[in-house]
Design a protein around this ligand. Structure first.
Ligand SMILES: Nc1ncnc2c1ncn2[C@@H]1O[C@H](COP(=O)(O)OP(=O)(O)OP(=O)(O)O)[C@@H](O)[C@H]1O
Length: 209
């Protein structure tokens, strides 16, 4: 249901990047492994519609993403794709709850406070509903990022290096949480990483080196 063909990208002044074809069925969990500089973040941004491919195509469900206009793509992303970035980006002036409400309304969905409360509680963050992002610990911010990525029950969850800065016990906790949450909404999960520890957790693997 998430499929790429002959995907390529080129930054000005850098050698072109080419990516192996990807085909992930609904609900499957995949690891995309690659060394530093191999293009993992670029691939994740292409799959999330944040960059447009220079060549090739990306198909999610019945939608060919590169055929969508900029505004249609923004709405499509908000409704169907959840992204966990390497560094969390929140609107600092809004509470955690309001950041999640913003993610709902930007996707053209109705704000559902009950779902926000329920999701934060599932992630052990109910007490942070009214806190500002700056009042969260690093681990709490990471869980809040996961909450924001799955608030709209996306078809696909993309995570960029979610564990590389963590010790073994936190690494295990975060990857288990991601897998559990992806499973709860039957989303396809794709984790890009150079963290070899994850090889034992997710069996579908693709290398982009
Ligand atoms: N904005 C940019 N302009 C020019 N070149 C870039 C830009 N962003 C990335 N690159 C180059 O593209 C290549 C792939 O970068 P990318 O960030 O996708 O790799 P990565 O595998 O995620 O690396 P890391 O694990 O170190 O984060 C690298 O050679 C990088 O130097």
């Amino acid at each position: 249901m998430l499929k790429t063909e002959n995907l390529g990208y080129a930054y000005a002044g850098s050698p072109p990047l080419r990516f192996p074809n990807i085909e992930c069925a609904k609900g499957e969990h995949w690891l995309v492994l690659g060394e530093s500089g191999s293009g993992k973040t670029t691939l994740l941004h292409l799959l999330g519609g944040l960059l447009s491919p220079k060549e090739g195509r990306i198909v999610l469900g019945d939608t060919e993403m590169n055929q969508l206009s900029r505004s249609a793509l923004d709405q499509f992303r908000g409704q169907h794709i959840g992204i966990i970035f390497q560094t969390a980006h929140f609107v600092q002036s809004l509470s955690v709850g309001d950041n999640l409400a913003l993610a709902q309304s930007l996707a053209g969905m109705k704000v559902n406070r009950e779902r926000i409360r329920e999701l934060l509680s599932r992630l052990g963050l109910e007490h942070k509903l009214r806190s500002k992002p700056s009042q969260l610990s690093v681990g709490e911010k990471q869980r809040a990022s996961i909450a924001r990525a799955i608030i709209n029950q996306p078809a696909v969850i993309l995570a960029d290096e979610p564990t590389s800065a963590l010790d073994d016990s936190n690494c295990k906790q975060v990857i288990e949480l991601l897998e559990e949450q992806a499973q709860a909404v039957n989303a396809t999960l794709l984790v890009v990483t150079h963290d070899a520890r994850l090889k034992d957790h997710i069996s579908h693997q693709i290398s982009i080196d």
